[in-house]
Design a protein around this ligand. Structure first.
Ligand code: ADP
Ligand code: MG
Ligand code: MG
Length: 355
């Protein structure tokens, strides 16, 4: 019997389009002799639609054609079995959900919580790792506790800014200084992030970030190489080779991530062996500190004096065949279809351990 693979894609977040691209690539790559693909498209308004297969170019989401009927369903209707409340036999897992979603309502533990309640095995991180990984302030607090080195930062909420902006600013200027990076705490893809060189820019940047989140993080800006590594596994971890990002813009913003063709991805990148070993070790420690499972991409800053600072974890990293994470694995000997199989196997392994 083939395993049903429910692909969840689209979503309400700013990363809708990226998710569509990923879904299309995964649909084309899955081994049809092992899996039966069941697409579930979440539209930009957040309604769930069962059945449609993507057709045509994904460049323009609005022009995207769906093949087959689009049945709007309740999120609870992901799987027939789950709806009927049948127990999933641990020895015979024949359904797995692959949430190909990024950002809030997809990568942040909410969908993962739903899948837990439905008792369905799913690819990737659980509730805790997803939500802690999404909130940059929570993530940094956990990394700090785990003894990992990172940039200096200050976190605050909208109310703090509205009521005592002067105090918050003075704390930022004393503890961090310029340049600094202002970010919405819960987002990805560089949306709402600005680099500031003075107080005027800082005020503007906070205003901008507050459009996306009530919680803001401000970080010390470092001048460093950006190094990324893939980690997969549940209790036993494996690391990929390391990659480097060379953005042509001032920093790795939304445009350089998804629109510029000249953002360089160097895989594997040049690193002294000793630094590579340290990065692997820190990546695994960071993964464990958040109790990650399945997969994660760990992103680092490497300063001129070879200081390794952890920047962030991405619990559902970009996953098109041209994204960093799949490319890192390809260069580590795991091609895209094999990577998908591996992640599904890990999802089943984790599910069986829970039962
Ligand atoms: P996202 O989750 O949106 O990817 P990041 O924290 O990775 O957010 O920031 C996006 C990009 O902004 C990074 O890849 C890097 O280019 C730049 N950046 C972010 N924080 C800093 C920092 N503290 N110092 C220097 N550059 C930074
Ligand atoms: Mg991120
Ligand atoms: Mg990032």
């Amino acid at each position: 019997m083939k395993t049903k693979l429910h692909l969840l894609f689209g979503g309400k977040s700013a990363e809708h389009k990226v998710s569509m691209q990923t879904a299309k690539a995964v649909m084309n790559a899955v081994d049809q002799s092992i899996y039966e693909v069941h697409p579930i498209y979440i539209d930009q308004e957040g309604s769930w639609n069962k059945g449609p297969v993507l057709e045509g170019k994904v460049d323009d989401v609005h022009a995207l054609a769906f093949q087959g009927e689009k049945n709007t369903v309740s999120p609870l209707a992901i799987s027939e079995r789950a709806v009927k409340g049948k127990e999933l036999d641990s020895a015979q897992v024949n359904e797995v959900v692959f949430p190909l979603l990024h950002g809030p309502n997809g990568e942040d533990g909410t969908v993962q919580g739903l899948l837990e309640i439905l008792g369905l095995p799913y690819v990737g991180n659980g509730v805790l790792a997803s939500s802690a990984g999404m909130d940059k302030i929570a993530m940094k607090a956990i990394f700090e506790q785990a003894g990992l080195t990172q940039v200096k930062y200050v976190g605050f909420i909208r109310k703090d800014w509205e009521e005592q902006a002067e105090r918050v600013m003075s704390k930022i200027e004393t503890d961090i200084g310029y340049p600094c990076f202002v970010k919405p705490a819960n987002l990805g893809s560089s949306v709402g992030i600005s680099k500031c060189k003075n107080q005027e820019q800082l005020k503007e940047a906070v205003k901008e970030a507050l459009r996306y989140d009530r919680k803001i993080i401000v970080e010390e800006g470092v001048n460093a190489r950006e190094i990324e590594i893939g980690v997969i596994g549940n209790d036993e971890l494996e690391c990929s080779v390391v990659g480097e990002i060379v953005p042509k813009t001032e920093f790795y913003d939304y445009q350089s991530k998804y629109e510029d063709e000249d953002t360089g991805l160097i895989i594997p990148c040049e690193l002294p062996n000793e630094i590579y070993e340290q990065i692997k070790d820190i990546a695994k420690r960071a993964y464990k500190s958040l109790d990650c499972s399945g997969l994660a991409r760990m992103d680092f800053f490497l300063t001129k004096d070879n200081e390794i600072l952890i920047n962030e974890v991405n619990t559902m990293p970009g996953f098109t065949p041209y994204s960093m994470f799949p490319l890192l694995w390809k260069h580590s000997g795991l091609e895209y279809p094999a990577l998908i199989n591996k992640l599904v196997e890990l999802a089943i392994e984790k599910h069986q351990e829970k039962l």
